[in-house]
Write a protein that binds this ligand. Structure first.
Ligand SMILES: [Zn+2]
Length: 512
């Protein structure tokens, strides 16, 4: 039974719900076979246990492994693949002509990137790809995550309505030139899956992976978003998730147009609609949730649902800033993720934490400002909650799995650091992924000295480079041309449905 004693100058064991944090000095974690047996003073644990190996030392801080609570696995990013940042609804359309890629290599590459920057678990949401190869694609994705050693809460989303704009497909297509409408119909049919086929696919995935021998996979259900799924589909997801005691992960009110869809379709916000359907609950996590009313926030808090905040993505895709401070004040479980669209076009959750920490600092002495402790909690325990690993990861305490990071303090304190600066502020304010020395998942050292121990990243990058150097296939080129031709019609639709954006939660400047 492999065991190790992992020592740190500081151990930030748990970032509490109320923004508190437990910090131990000159302490250690003792783990056996991936299970944390004890956390406490180094000298005591050293005397009590005889570990196979000893890691860390007095020049490290130890924190729980980070959890990226919303991700689509795009290691070679959408920008690299040709889709520049734009308004979400136009950006999605531009993605239709994206180059096909090798799901295994892409996942392995993104997993290595995430591990290097301290992410040990991910809520992976598979995009709606060709139905004919879906199972093959997701098998490759999960093989990639498992080969990299990451934990993964897997889901695959399905849109079963309003797939071009937020309007019935037939109505929208009927206003297009006939040949363009035919091309779009043909394109949509490739990704089409019936509801029955989707739930049968989820059953198969659950049987195959939910109790995978690695213990590192959970399988969740995923309606794509309130405007992209019928009520029947939403309720069936809820019923299946309840029956199989698993979670639901979906996008929600990412953009003002999505909120507007709710108002004109149901006469209420999408959150109110989900509340009225009795869909909300602690097993449900929502990516984005930028366009929330005060009532929405109350409903989310009362239900115990999680909001996965994606600060970079929201900025990049012109969706604004989510009301994280009001959500935290109301008691919503707020997690965070990168949506594969992080600020530096990488999946560096440490940097994303810094962005979140700076973004939610409202002007004025007494205005709300998120704390470093709250941000750490959002990237650890809060993010773990909806993954299905909630009671196993996110905190460093006996009985949980040994997923943790050793952060080198030397560069952070060089040439000087006042001894009174709290360790959590040092990490939030100064740590970069290059300061992450060791990444441990389930007690196994996956990254040491910045290198993955099982997989040679240079080989993965070389293979990707070779594959992606091939010329674009004619079918992808044709789809790209179709999307470009369709784009003005999509823009015209959204211009004719201007959303209401009055009374913001945050005020960052003023013209009066
Ligand atoms: Zn997303």
């Amino acid at each position: 039974m492999p065991s190790s004693l992992i020592r740190g100058k500081y151990i930030l064991t748990a970032a509490g719900d109320a923004g508190q944090i437990t910090t131990l000095s000159d302490a250690a974690v003792y783990q056996e076979d991936g299970l944390i047996v004890a956390v406490g003073p180094y000298d005591e644990l050293k005397a009590r246990y005889s570990p196979d190996t000893e890691l860390g030392g007095p020049s490290y801080s130890i924190i729980p492994g980070l959890v990226n609570s919303h991700h689509h696995g795009r290691g070679v990013t959408t920008l690299q693949m040709g889709t520049c940042d734009d308004c979400l609804e136009v950006w999605i359309l531009a993605g239709w002509g994206r180059r096909p890629y090798d799901h295994y290599l892409m996942t392995l590459y993104t997993a290595l990137n995430m591990l290097e920057s301290g992410t040990t678990a991910v809520m992976y949401n598979h995009p709606q790809t060709a139905a004919a190869t879906l199972k093959e694609d997701v098998d490759a994705v999960l093989r990639g995550f498992l080969d990299a050693g990451m934990r993964v809460a897997f889901s695959s989303y399905l849109r079963n309505q309003n797939r071009v704009v937020y309007q019935d497909d037939a109505d929208f297509l009927s206003a297009l030139p006939a040949d363009l409408a035919d091309d779009v119909r043909r394109y949509l049919s490739v990704g089409h899956m019936s509801d029955d086929d989707y739930f049968a696919f989820c059953d198969e995935m659950r049987r195959e992976y939910h109790d995978h021998s690695s213990g590192k996979v959970r399988v969740l259900y995923s309606p794509a978003n309130a405007q992209w799924n019928t009520d029947e589909f939403l309720l069936r997801s809820k019923e299946q998730a309840t029956r199989h005691q698993t979670g639901i992960h979906m996008h929600l009110v990412e953009s003002p147009y999505q909120k507007d869809y709710g108002i004109r379709t149901w006469g209420k916000t999408p959150v109110e609609h989900l509340h009225d359907l009795e869909f909300l609950g602690p097993e449900v996590s929502f990516a984005h949730a930028v366009w929330l009313t005060e009532r929405d926030i109350e409903l989310l808090a009362d239900s115990g649902a999680t909001v996965c905040h994606n600060a970079s993505s929201n900025l990049r895709l012109k969706n604004g800033i989510a009301p994280v401070n009001p959500m935290l004040a109301a008691g919503v479980n707020v997690a965070m993720g990168t949506d594969s669209t992080a600020m530096n076009d990488d999946d560096d959750l440490l940097q994303e934490m810094r962005l979140v920490n700076k973004l939610h600092r409202q002007p004025g002495l007494d205005a709300p400002a998120i704390t470093a402790e709250q941000v750490l909690s959002m990237a650890t325990a809060n993010a773990a909650a909806p993954t299905g690993f909630g009671d196993q990861i996110g905190r460093l305490e006996p009985g949980r799995r040994a997923d943790l990071l050793l952060i080198r303090l030397d560069a952070l304190a060089d040439p000087y650091l006042d001894a009174d600066v709290p360790p959590v502020e040092v990490i939030m304010g100064r740590a970069k992924s290059r300061d992450i020395d060791t990444v441990i998942v389930d007690g196994e050292v996956l990254i040491s000295d910045g290198q993955h121990r099982r997989v040679n990243k240079a080989d993965v990058a070389r293979e990707l480079r070779e594959q992606l150097a091939l010329p674009l296939d004619p079918a992808t080129l044709a789809t790209r041309q179709m999307a470009a031709r369709l784009s003005p019609y999509v823009e015209r639709f959204y211009r004719s449905h201007p959303p209401t954006m009055a009374n913001p939660h945050y005020v960052y400047n003023s013209r009066t």
